[in-house]
Design a protein around this ligand. Structure first.
Ligand code: C2O
Length: 347
């Protein structure tokens, strides 16, 4: 049975897996709209949007990104382009607000399975297009947090300026730049204090999760998630580590659930979330270029036919399928190339 999520926005309901005690009780569902169209690819005549590394932006790009973000934050809360609505998308798809097609008792969580990469790719695709639309720049590429390289590992400076709309107060006060993120972070063990030790550890993590522990599509993308399935835990290598560690490392440990970045329902409220996920998304592209005959996209039709709904840059509700997001160039974007120090860090 093909798994297609969700049918329409009327099937979005209460987010049943919000952590207990979250006040006020939040509504994660998008503004309803019965008018849904199927996704069509952008015209090939548009130049590729290049997503740049967030720690290497020039002043002009920073100003442009700030302007787009401010405009998004200034929109009324019920506008599908508003930052509040964009943030709520993560809550809706990750805290069980949607039910599965044909299985009304099964609630959807796009994590811990093969839906992880494609869901977040589509989410960022529209987020980026909306930001570009707000500043009337269709070439705008969402900057990525290049945490897999030593210089890119700290929270990029643009997100750490309290006067910027890219700032978020709910972050760990001790994990501010220039401290580099620990890709193996855990609250139960101290991070390496010596910087060269930390870099070595980060490179080892990356090599392991991209190369040694990711030799097949299932190991890299995660386990199947089909119609009627429970929210099983079959994470791919990168989702497991370092994606999760960076969420927790960034969020404020003094909040009840490590908000904002440390919990699904609130993660999208931190603008750095989207740049974190841009780097996760970049790993998908890089993984397919690594040697090995099995480093290819999943071809299972249950995967390819899985669907999501998003408001596009014209406030049209669009149904997208996994099969249409496998090639980012067809979606009109690519990533600025930077060195991959971890690729030569075989332990
Ligand atoms: Cu939807 Cu980084 O999690």
């Amino acid at each position: 049975a093909a798994f297609a999520a969700p049918v329409d926005t009327t099937k979005c309901g209460e987010a049943t897996t919000l952590p207990p005690g979250v006040i006020p009780k939040i509504d994660c569902c998008p503004p309803p709209n019965p008018d849904i169209i199927d996704f069509v690819f952008p015209s090939k005549r548009q130049p590729l949007r290049i997503r740049p590394a967030a720690h290497m932006l020039d002043a002009k790009y920073i100003a442009k990104f700030n302007r787009a973000m401010q405009l998004m934050r200034d929109l009324p809360k019920d506008d599908p382009h508003s930052f509040a609505q964009q943030a709520a998308i993560h809550c809706a798809y990750c805290d069980s607000a949607y039910q599965m097609v044909g299985f009304p008792n099964k609630k959807i969580d796009v994590h811990f399975s093969w839906l992880f990469f494609p869901f977040h790719r589509w989410y960022l695709y529209f987020y980026e297009k909306i930001l570009g639309k707000l500043i009337d720049d269709p070439t705008f590429g969402l900057p990525y947090w290049n945490w897999d390289s030593p210089n890119g590992a700290p929270i990029p400076a643009i997100f750490a300026d309290p006067k910027s709309p890219l700032y978020d107060t709910l972050r760990d006060a001790l994990h501010q730049p220039p401290l580099k993120a620990d890709l193996n972070y855990s609250k139960d063990k101290p991070s390496p204090t010596d910087e060269s030790e930390l870099i070595k550890s980060n490179n080892t993590v990356m090599y392991n999760q991209m190369v040694s522990a990711a030799k097949t599509p299932e190991l890299f993308f995660g386990k199947p998630y089909r119609g009627g399935y429970d929210q099983i835990k079959g994470q791919g290598s990168i989702e497991n580590i370092p994606h999760t560690q960076i969420h927790i490392w960034t969020g404020d440990p003094n909040q009840p659930y490590g908000e904002d970045m440390g919990r699904f329902y609130s993660a999208g409220r931190d603008p750095i979330f989207y740049s974190h996920h841009a780097n996760v998304d970049r790993m998908w592209n890089i993984w397919k270029t690594l040697p090995g005959k099995n480093r290819k996209d999943i071809t299972d039709t249950d995967y390819l036919d899985s669907a999501f709904l998003f408001y596009d840059e014209n406030k049209q509700l669009v149904r997208v399928k996994v099969r249409d997001c496998l090639d980012t160039k067809k979606l009109g974007y690519d990533y600025q190339e930077v060195p991959l120090p971890w690729l030569r860090s075989r332990p």
